[in-house]
Design a protein around this ligand. Structure first.
Ligand SMILES: *[C@@H]1O[C@H](CO)[C@@H](O)[C@H](O)[C@H]1NC(C)=O
Ligand SMILES: *[C@@H]1O[C@H](CO)[C@@H](O)[C@H](O)[C@H]1NC(C)=O
Ligand SMILES: *[C@@H]1O[C@H](CO)[C@@H](O)[C@H](O)[C@H]1NC(C)=O
Length: 346
């Protein structure tokens, strides 16, 4: 961002935290906590290349899209602070190897947050779909590294949130009262995209699939107190919720009461990365209200030339009051991740 209009951000790795250096400025109108930006350490792109991901002209491609250049310094200077999302490791097919890579990345994220304690928060990267290893890593991140929360993907090698295989992970999250950020992933049936970039529409649809599975298997209902953020305005969920609730209420689909489904889906939080248009914000405002919306940038995948006008348009496009903007910019994020408040000492 240009220095004159620079917003103050706290970035959380795999989501989350931005802060200004001057405390007096901290709650100023430019202060934001970004819950959705990405750390892309070299160790991760190197692992992808070893696993056979395509490399074109020196750039590795994931899900049909180029993985951007990233450095901690460019991250911090881009938004004067951002939260970062740890990259997923579900492309590693062997448990021990996935655990080792996740541990390396978590230690790196921890190092970044030590360098910029008031600017960066970290979300734990879990070596899913390996459940025992994931629970171990979750405990290490939250207890030893004091991460602000945990990052999950909508699916890992086709194991979706909601799958009973993930019950130990949800039990562990619940036992620790951990807040969760859910990033979309590619479905395993990639042929549906005819070779076009998977993130464009398959990511939002996968977000819907994960919420739907959490509903239909009862996993969300078993852990109703976990605070969970879904990305990109919830994918298509504000638009599809009433259709899902209608079908879910039929006996053959489980017979969940319509109002119960609507309440469950509207009980999630949604970040506004690539969800800042009038149509999206009108739907989100009507579905969950400003109380359940948080700021997200998706740096560096979404270029700042797109992210900045998006951020600037939120208030007008959503017709939000200044009070509501306070919730969206940072207050809701502080509520979801109490350890951010601790890190900022207020
Ligand atoms: C390949 O990369 C170089 C440097 O990163 C760039 O200048 C060039 O335009 C790229 N070529 C293609 C075909 O993308
Ligand atoms: C869980 O965290 C919330 C804040 O996110 C807090 O209000 C609540 O008291 C916590 N519950 C337990 C059991 O720690
Ligand atoms: C914007 O919101 C205010 C209430 O804060 C309301 O009075 C006004 O009608 C809304 N404008 C539009 C265009 O929706």
């Amino acid at each position: 961002m240009s220095s004159s209009s620079r917003a103050c951000f706290l970035v959380v790795f795999l989501t989350c935290l931005v802060s200004c250096h001057a405390t007096s400025d901290f709650l100023g109108s430019n202060y934001r906590i970004d819950v959705h930006s990405h750390a892309i350490p070299n160790i991760w792109t190197q692992a992808m290349i070893s696993e056979g991901f395509p490399v074109k002209n020196g750039t590795v491609y994931n899900d049909g899209a180029p993985v951007p250049e990233w450095s901690l310094e460019s991250h911090i200077s881009a938004m004067d602070g951002l939260a970062s999302l740890p990259p997923g490791v579900s492309f590693i097919k062997e448990a021990k190897k996935a655990k080792t890579l996740a541990r390396h990345i978590n230690l790196l994220l921890h190092e970044y947050t030590q360098i910029y304690p008031a600017r960066l928060g970290a979300l734990c990267l879990l070596p899913l779909p390996f459940v025992n290893e994931a629970v171990e890593e979750l405990n290490f991140c939250l207890e030893t590294l004091k991460f602000v929360g945990v990052g999950l993907y909508t699916n890992a090698q086709g194991i979706y949130l909601g799958d009973s295989a993930l019950e130990p992970v949800f039990a562990a999250l619940n036992a620790r009262n951990a807040s969760v950020f859910v990033h979309p992933a590619s479905p395993t049936c990639t042929s549906v995209a005819l070779g076009h970039p998977i993130p464009m529409t398959e990511y939002p649809f996968d977000t819907v699939r994960a919420m739907e599975n959490l509903l239909l298997t009862g996993q969300r209902a078993r852990y109703p107190d976990l605070k969970i953020i879904f990305s990109h305005g919830g994918g298509a969920i504000p638009y599809l919720a009433s259709r899902i609730a209608g079908v879910a209420s039929l006996s053959y689909a489980g017979g969940v009461a319509f109002t119960e489904t609507m309440a469950q889906l509207a009980g999630y939080y949604f970040d506004l990365a690539s969800a800042t248009s009038v149509i999206q914000l009108t739907a989100l405002k009507s579905f969950v209200g400003a109380e359940h919306l948080v700021t997200g940038i998706d740096y560096p995948y979404v270029p700042l030339t797109q992210a900045e006008p998006g951020l600037a348009g939120i208030q007008g496009n959503g017709n939000f009051t200044n009070e509501e903007m306070g919730l969206i910019k940072y207050q809701n994020a502080l509520e979801i991740f109490p350890r951010i408040s601790d890190a900022l000492k207020f």
